[in-house]
Design a protein around this ligand. Structure first.
Ligand code: AHR
Length: 322
């Protein structure tokens, strides 16, 4: 490196630190490789597996060290996983918070410890921890819009008349909160759409099936199902068929995620539509970290551009689905 290059590099580094300083966020030096944590919430459905693989693949491609933790569905364990990453003094943390409130304190702890944090997929409680102030950025889908898009499709498909069973995601998680609100806000303008009951199926196929077994007995007049993810919709299809119903014919289903098996269910005529929620965060998350280290201005929210699948494009989209 000659003197001029060294001077320019020093000036860029100084600007980077100054930019970080001005936001109050922890600094991150430009380095050839980093040691970063990825704190996963659980690994119990295809979406989570695809998200983890995408993060691991990108770390491998860049030659970075990825410290991976799996909270196995426990917000308390995930908070302690993050604390362990802070204690290990990693360069940065990628957190996909299981629930909003229990994971908010560790975001502030990481900031106090001087470790930049990137929140991916699910959010924390933004009234307490804000992107661009307490953590670098939120990277993920617009869960509220997902609920709205599912409702819009249902209103159109049922001509504004349906009795709906809603399968909620995990209680206290940001997708469950926003997907419920987005859907309910939309149907509020369509009085012919009535939600008979809303119950959690914890984002898993098995719970979606079990919950639907009970709900379809209690509400035999249901004509539609809104599931907060594909796995629960697929579990619901199994339960509905066992109860003698004909998904796609006498009961309309809509869900969220866009996984391969959901597209297959659309092609088979059982699932009506699914709103994409892309789990492949690797490239975007790691690039955002590099941009941050390089001193580029990072928008506090980086929202994914998601697709929508129904019978018009399910077949053509199969290969690109997770
Ligand atoms: O946070 C995204 C949601 O979490 C996905 O819809 C779901 O499948 C996952 O568990």
């Amino acid at each position: 490196m000659n003197i001029r290059t060294a001077t320019v590099s020093a000036a860029i580094a100084a600007l980077t630190f100054a930019a970080a300083q001005s936001t109050g966020l922890p600094k991150l030096a430009v380095k050839p490789t980093y040691r970063v944590c990825f704190n996963q919430s659980e690994m119990d459905n295809p979406w989570r597996l695809a998200q983890t693989k995408s993060m691991q693949d990108e770390a491998k491609r860049l030659g970075w060290q990825l410290v991976f933790t799996n909270a196995n569905g426990s917000a308390a364990k995930q908070a302690s996983d993050v604390r362990s990453c802070i204690a290990q003094r990693v360069d940065a943390i990628f957190l996909t918070p299981r629930e909003e409130k229990p994971l908010t304190p560790v975001v502030l702890e990481a900031k106090r410890a001087g470790i930049p944090m990137f929140i991916i997929d699910r959010n924390v409680d933004e009234t307490v921890a804000k992107p661009g102030r307490d953590f670098v950025a939120f990277i993920g889908s617009d869960f509220y819009a997902e609920g709205q898009r599912a409702a819009e499709w249902l209103v159109k498909t049922t001509k504004g008349k349906a009795k709906v069973i809603e399968l909620l995601g995990s209680t206290g998680s940001s997708p469950a909160i926003a997907r419920e609100k987005g859907f309910h806000d939309y149907i509020a303008k369509h009085p012919g759409i009535e939600v008979l009951v809303s119950q959690t199926g914890n984002f898993t196929r098995d719970e979606g099936r079990k919950v639907m077994e009970a709900l379809i007995q209690a509400h035999p007049d249901a004509t539609a199902v809104y599931a907060h993810n594909d796995e629960m919709a697929l579990g619901a299809i199994t339960a509905l068929e066992a109860a003698g119903r004909k998904p796609g014919k006498d009961i309309t289903l809509v869900s969220i995620d866009g996984q391969k098996s959901a597209l297959e269910a659309i092609i088979a005529g059982k699932l009506g539509a699914t709103v994409e929620c892309n789990p492949r965060f690797g490239v975007k998350a790691f690039q955002t970290l590099r941009d941050y280290a390089a001193g580029k201005k990072i928008a506090p929210k980086l929202i994914n551009d998601d697709r929508f699948f129904d019978i018009s494009n399910a077949k053509a989209s199969l290969n690109s689905a997770f």
